[in-house]
Ligand binder design. Structure first.
Ligand code: THU
Length: 133
C-alpha cells in the first residue's frame, strides 16, 4: 500500500469516529507530516451547532499539539459523489501552517479531486501583514 493509500485509509477510518448526531454528515481527515507521520481528525458536533469543529481543524490542532509543524498532504473523506472541499475557516487555519499543502478529496470508494491549498485560498490573508516596520 502506498503512503497516499495509507493516508486515504486513515481518513476513512477517522470518518467512522465522527461525532455528527445533528447533521449526520460524517467527515474524516488525515494529515501527513514531512516525516511521514499521519495525524487524523473527525468532525465533532455540538448541540449549540456553532461550536462544531470540522475534521480538518481537529487534525491540524491535534498535530500541532503533538509537536508536528510541517505538513505535506491532507486527505478529506466524506460519503459524497462530488468532492467535499474544506470550508473557508479550515482553509484559513491550514494556510497558517501549511500553505504548500496538497489537498486530496475522497469518498468511501475513490479519490474525487486533487488540488492544493494555494488554489483553494487565493489571495489569502497572511500573518506577515501583521508585521509593521
Ligand atoms: N464539516 C467538516 O468537518 N469539514 C468540512 O470540510 C465541511 C463540513 C462538518 C461540520 C459539520 O459537522 C458537518 O460537516 C456539516 O457541516
Amino acid at each position: 500500500m502506498s503512503a497516499s493509500d495509507r493516508l486515504v485509509e486513515a481518513a476513512r477510518a477517522a470518518r467512522d469516529r465522527a461525532v455528527a448526531p445533528y447533521s449526520h454528515f460524517k467527515v474524516g481527515a488525515a494529515l501527513q507530516t514531512t516525516d511521514g507521520t499521519i495525524i487524523t481528525g473527525c468532525n465533532v458536533e455540538n448541540a449549540s451547532y456553532g461550536l462544531t469543529i470540522c475534521a480538518e481543524r481537529v487534525a491540524v490542532v491535534k498535530a500541532l499539539s503533538e509537536g508536528h509543524h510541517a505538513f505535506t498532504r491532507l486527505v478529506v473523506v466524506t460519503d459524497t459523489e462530488e468532492p467535499t472541499s474544506p470550508c473557508g475557516a479550515c482553509r484559513q487555519v491550514l494556510w497558517e501552517f501549511a500553505p504548500d499543502l496538497e489537498v486530496v478529496l475522497a469518498n468511501l470508494h475513490r479519490i474525487t479531486a486533487v488540488t492544493t491549498l494555494r488554489d483553494l485560498l487565493p489571495l489569502a490573508f497572511n500573518s506577515h501583514l501583521l508585521r509593521r516596520p
